[in-house]
Design a protein around this ligand. Structure first.
Ligand code: NAP
Length: 484
């Protein structure tokens, strides 16, 4: 890309330490790449205070729609109450489905793993999974969050991981899942990974169970190159990763979508450090470096990265690096980097990179085509304050004359009726697994309504139903624990 090409970029300073780390990053980018035109936009705490429940005002949405690229500071989210995260809202509104988080050991930043050669990238799915934000109190005592995993989402994240690996000349992609337990959701992640991996025969692909992945990350992190994983797993292991190389002050990130990309550090707003000039801007600066590469400004990116690493290598560092030399403040650290423009660290090799191909948006919502579908029953979730021995006969009575028969009742996923002779604790949410006497393509609404009325007639309050299907003969559901 030409050095004189103007780039319009949305800049969001964010909350807490956001303004300090974003200002530091902007100062360096302005010095290395003068052809950036910044458009300041707001999101987060100040916006919530104005009464905008999403934390993202329309002006910010308009700005991003125009510029397609943002440099963003961390945004504060109330924990356990209040409005939804403005970060997640931004990621979801702009479908930035991939979160790319490099984890690389830095010169001049001593850690337990110094010298091991950690240099990996975690590619985290960014909009689905438990972060789809579909939550309900199913009873006053039982909360549920839906873990939404889609074939489309899986395809996109897998292709991104392999494309990213190619763009950086990386050799292997590991997919970390919990498919041994969550056979449908995490299972879809694993099977999609295995399918897409075949399109990239030049890159080694392997699967690892996420808990072992965490164990291996703590034990022998240098074995990983690219790790692709789901939203929740990725959130956790990328913080783990940052802990290996010096902490959250060193963990940059990019949110990549089909149309928009948002560059931000992994860390949050660390409110206790806000305005104290002690925070480490490295994570945000390196997010800015990723942004420069994304817009094709490779030279400016290398200039900032080299100067930053030279500065760290020469012993100038912020408070979170513990060495014999005293730390400097955020501003002094930024000034030192600026002075070191043109210098290169000894113990760091800038990777050869080519622009990453962002996978195209799949044209259809139906990825896995099915020839034959049958409905074989329903899972009806009901509220009932009683015992397994009491609810079982009620459900059996409710089924009479409806065309359904009781298979099992489960509580918190474990079979409790027919009585098993075991003693799992129970709560007031029960799943009644009812099979149709005659499987059909679609059950008639009158038949389903009749069943629900009959269930209500037994004093069981239904709150949710789920179809039990077979797609091309394969059951669309998993068995309850203990179900045969
Ligand atoms: P946090 O802000 O990331 O801070 C946790 C700890 O990490 C800090 O106390 C500090 O550790 C260290 N740290 C974070 N950034 C650092 C930096 N630049 N330099 C040096 N050390 C740094 O996490 P949190 O306290 O859990 O969350 C605070 C708020 O941020 C919450 O409202 C949360 O929702 C939000 N958040 C936003 C984002 C985002 O905008 N993308 C991401 C995560 C969290 P020490 O205490 O050990 O010094």
């Amino acid at each position: 890309m030409s050095a004189s090409k103007k780039h319009e970029i949305t800049i969001i300073y964010g909350d807490g330490i956001g303004p300090e780390v974003v200002t530091s990053t902007r100062t360096l980018i302005d010095a290395a790449c003068p052809n950036i035109v910044w458009e300041t936009a707001e999101a987060g705490a100040e916006v919530f205070k104005k009464g905008i429940a999403s934390g993202v005002p329309q002006e910010t949405i308009d700005s991003l729609n125009r510029t397609r690229v943002a440099l963003k500071g961390p945004l504060e989210t109330p924990v356990g109450f209040g409005e939804k995260s403005a970060n997640v809202t931004l990621r979801k509104l702009f479908e930035t489905f991939a979160n790319i988080r490099p984890v690389r050991e830095f010169p001049g930043v001593p850690t337990r793993f110094s010298g091991a050669g950690i240099d990996m990238v975690i590619v985290r799915e960014n909009v689905e999974d438990l972060y789809a934000g579909i939550e309900h109190m199913q009873t006053p005592d039982v909360a549920q969050c839906i873990k939404l995993i889609t074939a489309k989402g899986c395809e996109k994240i897998m292709r991104t991981a392999f494309e990213f690996a190619r763009s950086e000349g990386r050799k292997s992609v590991a997919c970390a899942t919990k498919a041994n337990i969550m056979k449908k959701t995490e299972g879809l992640v694993k099977s999609t990974f295995e399918r897409i991996a075949k399109e990239y025969p030049d890159i080694e692909s392997w699967h690892i169970i996420i808990d072992n992945c965490a164990h291996q990350l703590a034990k022998k992190p240098e074995q990983f190159d690219v790790i692709v994983t789901t939203n929740m797993n990725g959130d956790i292991i990328s913080d783990l990763g940052s802990g290996l190389i010096g902490g959250l002050g060193f963990a940059p990130g990019a949110n990549i979508g089909h149309d928009v990309a948002i560059f931000e550090a992994v860390h949050g707003s660390a409110p206790k450090y806000a305005g104290k000039d002690t925070i480490n801007p490295t994570a945000m600066i390196l997010s800015g470096v990723m942004m420069l590469r994304h817009i094709g400004e490779f030279e400016a990116a290398d200039k900032i990265e080299n100067a930053l690493l030279y500065t760290l290598e020469s012993g100038v560092h912020p408070r979170d690096v513990v060495t014999d030399t005293p730390p400097v403040g955020t501003k002094a650290f930024t000034d030192a980097i600026l002075k070191n423009f043109g210098k290169k660290p000894v113990n760091w090799k800038t990777r050869e990179r080519t622009p990453m191909k962002v996978p195209a948006r799949p044209a259809t919502t139906a990825i896995n085509k099915v020839e034959k579908r049958e409905t074989i029953g329903l899972d009806v979730f009901v509220e009932f304050d009683g015992t397994a021995a009491e609810i079982g006969p009620k459900v059996e009575a409710a089924c009479k004359g409806t065309g359904f028969k009781l298979k099992i009742v489960s509580n918190r996923g474990t079979v409790v009726y027919p009585l098993t002779g075991t003693s799992p604790d129970v709560v007031n949410q029960w799943r009644c697994r009812l099979y149709l006497e005659q499987p059909v393509v679609e059950p008639a609404m009158a038949q389903v309504n009749g069943l629900l009325e009959s269930i209500e007639g037994q004093g069981l309050r239904w709150m949710h139903i789920e179809k039990l299907c077979k797609f091309d003969g394969v059951e669309s559901f998993t068995k309850a624990q203990g179900e045969n």
